[in-house]
Design a protein around this ligand. Sequence first.
Ligand code: SF4
Ligand code: SF4
Length: 174
Amino acid sequence: MKPVPWRYVKSWGCIACGACCRGFDVVLGYKEWVDIVRRFGIEATQPGVTKLYLRKRIDGSCIFLSKLYGTCLCTLQRMKPRACKLWPFKIYTQPKYGKLAQALYSSNGRKLFIYVDPLCKGITWGNPTQDFIEGTLNEFIEIALGLSEKQYHTTAKLETPMFSQRHFALRRRF
Ligand code: SF4
Ligand code: SF4
């Protein structure tokens, strides 16, 4: 499905359905790849022709996806790749998917073109609320521009320290 301009998004909140952690390729920046390899081993990643990726299971899900009481969890939380942090928003300096006026976001003299993947179940469609623009969207933009790494509005806030390295180490043994 074609990405939709942000002007059609009333608000967004991750419901931890895990849909974005299944069937997608997660591209890693070089530093992200180095950090993950150092901590989890090279088998946690997958080389492509020109890019590096997180490894997926045979069913297409990310190896760091876990479930607790029916809720999907990312066990890579503290090292979550930028590609995952930005999902489902796509932030460009050019109007990549058309609808220029609806995709345009202007701030401090900077022009960006922002779209959202309609596959995400956390989207509420409608006119954007101030809370969404000033909180969620602003945080996505700061992460995309490399101005911030922290997530408050842009995550399901389900961090579980008990999952993480130990969980992954156990998985690797079986
Ligand atoms: S970002 Fe969207 S698709 Fe991914 S887990 Fe959250 S609600 Fe589901
Ligand atoms: S690293 Fe986490 S958020 Fe990214 S695809 Fe894997 S489980 Fe999902």
